[in-house]
Design a protein around this ligand. Structure first.
Ligand SMILES: CC(C)(COP(=O)(O)OP(=O)(O)OC[C@H]1O[C@@H](n2cnc3c(N)ncnc32)[C@H](O)[C@@H]1OP(=O)(O)O)[C@@H](O)C(=O)NCCC(=O)NCCS
Length: 472
């Protein structure tokens, strides 16, 4: 009912403004007038009636369209500062948009998807409805990829075929290896990965195709290639030879083989495999959203994955796992008490990497597994100190700030005990998340519409006339 009344009010306001402006000969467009009207105080509407007759039909049609759209639009989150923004915009000027912008799009439902289910209050994460805990205990990364890309668990034969396809695609054009060799030695692996993935499109046999079959093929190819690029670049920068993959090994084992030059232990392989499952998808996280936005312009898979890698790099997203380990290292090197160290960061208003989440208000279900892996691998490798420091920090931040550890917190100590360099942590996130990005690109293109939201304008009032340079 409420929204019906609001629509009536808005309609009256539009009619008033339109007729009044028309009478004044301001010449503003019908669309702008209607949008300006949304900020009109209700009492002004009472003066309207005589002015309404003209153009009634056109405005009613337009308002019906807007009303229908609003019914299907998400309301701003109740937690967000939408009200404050509204007040501010009314003081500054009338906005040309009608919805108020929740900061960071919090609470905005931006698309429909059948890939990933999250219940942030209960700490539930599921791919295609299957709980992440079940997948972590019983599945493997290849099967998870199949689930994400094809929407169901594979049969034995389908899984074998996917293994074979991934193995076939584990090759890089010589030019990509040259690109990796030519990168400056100080180049961050994440930057090299972003550039190399973009360059992969030059040599992709289906570069010009953007249909569903081609995109599934590209998903398989890029998943194999990203793991190769991360491993190969690490060896090249250390002056080591590039290691060939082994067709008989899993994706996780192949990655560790290509990285370290020797077959991993079953424990290391399984640990990485679980980490890859846990990181594979996470609904509309920032990098996946970036991938979908790029795909929605009908660009291509390589562009979408390149956009996603750029978004993943930031310390508020995938880059947090590297920042976590830098803190653990700083505490270890200085011999500082972990709690004092973190208190010091909070006193300087710094965020503690690896804590907090936009969606989870309870334990991040991925952190549950990574905590256990960090503890077990730390103990078995004689490096328990990283888990111990992490655990002290977690207990304190949870008690003091009511913030839970997220996926990045214990992945840092887990990867370190697997012998992986710090600046490879985020690229390894990409080695896994490419599966989710590709699934979302494929889904986006199945029912595509350009993703083009609006901004709530708070800048100088229009018209803000151009001033000649010598008069400024
Ligand atoms: C993940 C994250 C970006 C979510 O952010 P968000 O939903 O936008 O929440 P905000 O950044 O607005 O934070 C809300 C409040 O919690 C605090 N907060 C959130 N995460 C915090 C952290 N890791 N350490 C300390 N305080 C934190 C903020 O300072 C803010 O406090 P305030 O209201 O007093 O200003 C945020 O928690 C964060 O920056 N975490 C650290 C980086 C990280 O681990 N990223 C990986 C996410 S998987």
């Amino acid at each position: 009912m409420k929204s019906k009344y609001r629509t009536c009010g808005v309609l009256k306001a539009n009619l008033l403004i339109y007729s009044a402006r028309k009478a004044c000969g301001k010449g503003l467009s019908h669309r702008n007038l209607s949008q300006n009207a949304l900020n009109m105080p209700a009492r002004r509407l009472r003066v309207v009636v005589p002015m309404l007759r003209e153009n009634f039909g056109r405005l009613v049609t337009y308002q019906r369209f807007r009303y229908k759209k609003r019914l299907h639009s998400p309301r701003p989150s109740s937690r967000g500062p939408a009200t404050k923004i509204q007040d501010r915009s009314e003081r500054l000027m009338s906005s040309v948009t009608t919805n108020h912008a929740p900061r960071g799009l919090e609470g905005v439902v931006a698309t429909t998807s059948k890939i990933c289910y999250i219940d942030g209050d209960r700490g539930v994460l599921a791919y295609r409805g299957i709980d992440i805990h079940e997948l972590a205990h019983q599945s493997n990364f290849e099967e998870t990829c199949y689930l994400l890309w094809f929407g169901k668990l594979p049969t034995r034969r389908e899984l074998r075929e996917l293994h074979e396809r991934l193995a076939e695609e584990r090759k890089l054009d010589a030019s990509i290896i040259t690109l990796l060799r030519n990168a400056p030695r100080h180049a961050l692996p994440m930057d090299v990965l972003r550039t190399a993935v973009s360059a992969l499109s030059f040599y992709d046999p289906q570069e010009k195709s953007n249909d569903s079959k081609a995109n599934v093929d590209k998903a398989i190819r890029i998943t194999s290639q990203i793991a190769m690029i991360v491993a190969a670049y690490d060896r090249i920068r250390k002056g080591q030879s590039v290691v060939e993959p082994d067709r008989s090994l899993s994706h996780a084992a192949n990655f560790l083989l290509m990285l370290n030059g020797k077959q991993p232990s079953p424990t290391a392989e399984r640990a990485l495999d679980i980490a890859l499952i846990l990181h594979a998808d996470h609904e509309l996280n920032a990098s996946t959203f970036a991938a979908r936005v790029t795909a929605a312009t009908l660009s291509d898979m390589h562009s979408a994955i390149t956009s996603a890698i750029g978004a993943l790099k930031g310390p508020l997203h995938g880059g947090a796992n590297e920042a976590v380990f830098q803190i653990l290292q700083a505490i270890d090197a200085s011999g500082a008490d972990p709690i004092d160290y973190v208190k010091g960061m909070l006193a300087q208003k710094k965020k503690i990497p690896g804590f907090g989440h936009r969606v989870y208000h309870t334990e991040d279900p991925r952190a549950t597994h990574l905590r256990a892996m960090s503890r077990d691998l730390g103990t078995s490798s004689g490096q328990a100190k990283w888990f111990e420091i992490s655990h002290k920090i977690e207990e304190f931040v949870k008690a003091d700030k009511k913030l839970n550890a997220n996926v990045d917190f214990y992945s840092a100590s887990t990867y370190h005990t697997l012998g992986i360099d710090v600046d490879l942590f985020t690229p390894i996130f990409a080695v896994s998340r490419v599966s989710g990005w590709a699934a979302h690109v494929i889904e986006q293109l199945e029912d595509n519409r350009l993703i083009r939201p609006r901004a709530e304008y708070l800048g100088p009032e229009y018209p803000n006339h151009y001033v000649q340079i010598d008069q400024r």
